[in-house]
Design a protein around this ligand. Structure first.
Ligand code: FES
Length: 101
């Protein structure tokens, strides 16, 4: 059963930025797109590159290793439509950002 876990303070992830956290041994990156938060597995589905170290433009993150692009809202890969990274529901409670895990 999933539960919501606090992963960051809202002020730690400003619009256009992302923040990678470890949740129960898993690396997850939380993105802020225009004040909305989205969370994806940090490991790129291609060869495991760290998506949180990639370049975020609007709602697209580009993997720093081989430049595959992903929609941070859904985890869908824009480079290879057959691929997708896991995404997690998010919510804001007061000043805390939470993800469903
Ligand atoms: S590891 Fe991300 S594009 Fe290759």
């Amino acid at each position: 059963m999933s539960k919501f876990i606090v992963v960051a303070k809202a002020e730690e992830i400003l619009p256009g930025q992302c923040h990678t956290v470890e949740v129960e041994g898993k690396q997850i990156t939380v993105f802020n797109v225009d004040g909305n938060y989205y969370a994806l597995d940090d490991n790129c589905i291609h060869r495991g590159g760290p998506l949180g170290q990639g370049n975020l433009e609007e709602n697209t993150i580009t993997c720093p290793w081989h430049a595959w692009k992903f929609d941070v809202k859904t985890g869908t890969c824009l480079t290879n439509p057959m691929a997708k990274v896991a995404s997690y529901q998010t919510k804001l409670e007061g000043t805390n950002v939470l993800i469903s895990f």
